[in-house]
Design a protein. Sequence first.
Length: 147
Amino acid sequence: MNSKVNEIQISYKEKLKTQVKISSSSDAKDILYKHWNKNTIGLFETFNIMLLNNSNMVKGICQISSGGITGTLVDVRILFGIVLKSLSVGVILAHNHPSGILKPSEADKILTQKIKKAAALFDVKILDHLIIIPNGKYYSFADHNVL
């Protein structure tokens, strides 16, 4: 039998010589907000992850999903595919609320716990989950002991 399969190639390349260290939720929000598309932050939800090394230095930011006015679908398999390919040991989750409401929904809390539980299997730390609104204000799950 002549079976052919696709070859899988996985790569990650660091291009920056210096990295930014995250010491607080405010540090994370500032970097995430700076990189958020200001043309769409008030229109629809987007879910991003900030990837960190063991010293809490930012390796990069990756958009996981983009959705509708009141929600976006996050595929945990895609999220962890990116975390593992980049050899990240810490992650900060982030999504925006176009409505300007900083209170996390039940769906936000359930998703956070689902991701946190999966992360434990890979020895990856979920350090925070931020909700960012169009004016730059934010809610931190870690700061509110919801994580």
